[in-house]
Design a protein around this ligand. Structure first.
Ligand SMILES: Cc1cc2nc3c(=O)[nH]c(=O)nc-3n(C[C@H](O)[C@H](O)[C@H](O)COP(=O)(O)OP(=O)(O)OC[C@H]3O[C@@H](n4cnc5c(N)ncnc54)[C@H](O)[C@@H]3O)c2cc1C
Length: 519
């Protein structure tokens, strides 16, 4: 199959990119693929909303820039922070024009929420279902364009590069894709390939990310020799509900602390004031570490979130999903304290890209959570990731539309791409072994590469992951490629790079905390 542009991933970044490109370049054929269903990624789960300066009477771009830079422990790229914050407002208007419905107040203005690390109310939201609403509107919108096609149940295996075509142009020619319906691998050639594969939370046992978030784009980019940057900056969300809800870890949005909910220890004390002047609304890295400190020093399994001060009507109108999910596990948050722990949540690092989300490999872009743009520095400010996605998708689409006209790749080129070479049969043990290795990897990452790290722990993790890597390569060499093996191969590679980078990091910054470097 051939398409002008192949987009891998259908969260906010892949969909926004496709819509924008289809608008400016109606003759360009665009194919989107996703692992299972169009809304299977992290986007659908976003509760809080998008951080955008929209109330210019109170808020300013400068304040949002300052908040972003400070939350990132002053490690972010100020040029990037500047344009992302300034361009956000226009991109938000586009989302609204494409059909997204955000909550408004009695004056018909956007109803703005507040989250940790923000000096002003600026979170544009739809109840606690902001991501789901954006995803709904974007999926609806792509159906307007004849030049956009999408394929569900198709998984990226590898990017096609000079390694496959035996050429030397330093470019990407498309991707090998596995269809989960028949587990056959097809090649899709493209002038431009876009990775919008989301996060890698599944590297950890306890994560707010859905099952598809296995860092596949990062793994494929790494094999294509594209640089991965700042992987050890894994953000842990402070407040995930315990127990799991229907087998998945459920997030309690920071917006609840924005309306006054308080974290309490088992003595009933609001402990956050001991850790930071902004108490419960301190940046995420500080809140997550403080919670872990409380849990570890008192040997408890969780702390409590107290939202009992909220009126029932406020809960129902602002946090209906949280109310329902808590009730499903027997907690009534109007009366009961909510048990919470931190959970792996967001990859601040990712695939190295420039200011148009282009990688150093020609014809390859990376947008959204799988990319590293420099916006977040060492810690992402709450609700800045949806913002990053819309701004960089727009920039990448404009850049692609210009690139594609210059791109001289013709049919002859694509005919040089060989069919996927690999085993045709799988051993009986393959499924069981793949599952076992995935579990061992998650346990290693959770125990040794979590919120608190040590030098010895990282070295132990490195050894363990290297051994898991060899076992995975063995499985890969001796079995037919399957979707689960494909995920394991990516998870192990990404974990290995992450741990190596963590060992290299000699300073505690933002979400990165190694006991060795405490001053
Ligand atoms: C519980 C939760 C709450 C959050 N709340 C907020 C919030 O309030 N505000 C905010 O700004 N951010 C929030 N975030 C973060 C934000 O949701 C994500 O960073 C953002 O949605 C990522 O969008 P994306 O388009 O990059 O990827 P995703 O939405 O994760 O989409 C990834 C896509 O890639 C596809 N994919 C992955 N691997 C492959 C493969 N091998 N082959 C084919 N397709 C593949 C998936 O199927 C999916 O379609 C939250 C995240 C979570 C998990």
């Amino acid at each position: 199959m051939h398409t002008d542009v192949l987009v891998i991933g259908t969260g906010i970044s892949g969909l926004t990119y496709a819509i924008k490109l289809a608008e400016i370049s109606p003759e360009t054929s665009i194919s989107l693929i996703c692992k299972t269903k169009l809304d299977d990624g992290n986007t659908r789960y976003a509760q809080g909303g998008i951080a955008v300066v929209s109330n210019f009477k109170k808020d300013t771009f400068e304040k949002h820039i300052e908040d972003t830079y400070n939350a990132g422990d002053r490690c972010g790229d100020l040029e990037v922070i500047n344009f992302v914050v300034r361009e956000g407002n226009e991109r938000l208007k586009e989302l609204i024009n494409w059909g997204t419905q955000f909550d408004t107040n009695s004056n018909d203005a956007l109803d703005l929420g507040k989250e940790g690390g923000h000096s002003e109310k600026r979170i544009v939201h739809r109840k606690d279902q902001s991501g789901a609403e954006i995803q709904r509107a974007l999926i609806n919108k792509i159906r307007d364009f004849k030049n956009i096609k999408y394929f569900e149940n198709h998984i990226l295996v590898d990017l096609i590069t000079d390694h496959h075509t035996k050429t030397n142009y330093n470019r990407c020619y498309g991707a090998y894709i596995i269809s989960t319906d028949d587990e056959e691998i097809i090649k899709i050639s493209s002038k431009v390939t876009v990775l919008s594969t989301g996060g890698a939370g599944q590297l950890y046992t306890f994560t707010t990310n859905p099952i598809v978030a296995t860092g596949d784009g990062l793994g494929a980019a790494y094999r294509a020799k594209v640089k991965l940057e700042k992987l050890p900056y894994v953000q842990f969300h402070p407040t995930a509900l315990v127990p799991k809800v229907k087998g998945e870890t459920f997030l309690i949005t920071e917006a609840m602390r924005g309306v006054g909910a308080k974290l309490l220890n088992h003595e009933g004390e609001a402990f956050m004031r001991h850790y930071h002047p902004s108490a419960d609304l301190a940046p995420r890295d500080i809140v997550a570490r403080s919670i872990m400190q409380e849990i570890m020093s008192n040997n408890h399994k969780h702390v409590w979130l107290d939202a009992t001060h909220l009126e029932e009507s406020h809960f129902i109108s602002h946090f209906p999903t949280i109310l329902d999910s808590c009730k499903l596990v027997g907690i009534n948050p109007l009366k009961d304290l909510i048990p919470v722990v931190p959970a792996a949540h967001y990859s601040c690092g990712g695939i190295q890209v420039d200011k148009n989300s282009k990688t150093k490999l020609d014809g390859l872009y990376a947008i959204g959570e799988c990319s590293h743009t420099g916006l977040h520095g060492a810690n992402r400010l709450a609700s800045n990731s949806l913002l990053e996605s819309i701004v960089f998708s727009h920039r990448a689409a404009i850049h692609t539309s210009l690139e594609i006209t210059k791109n001289k790749l013709d049919e002859k080129f694509f005919s040089m791409i060989p069919a996927w070479e690999g085993q045709h049969f799988s051993s009986k043990e393959q499924h069981h072994l793949t599952k076992k290795l995935r579990k061992e990897l998650q346990e290693t990452m959770s125990q040794l590469v979590g919120i608190f790290k040590t030098k010895e722990g990282l070295i132990e993790a490195q050894k363990k992951i290297l051994s898991l890597y060899h076992e995975t390569v063995d499985l890969y060499n001796n079995n037919k490629m399957s979707s689960e093996l494909c995920e394991l191969r990516n998870m192990v590679s990404v974990a290995y790079v992450l741990v190596n980078q963590a060992i290299e990091q000699k300073e505690n910054k933002g979400v990165f905390y190694n006991h060795e470097y405490v001053k």
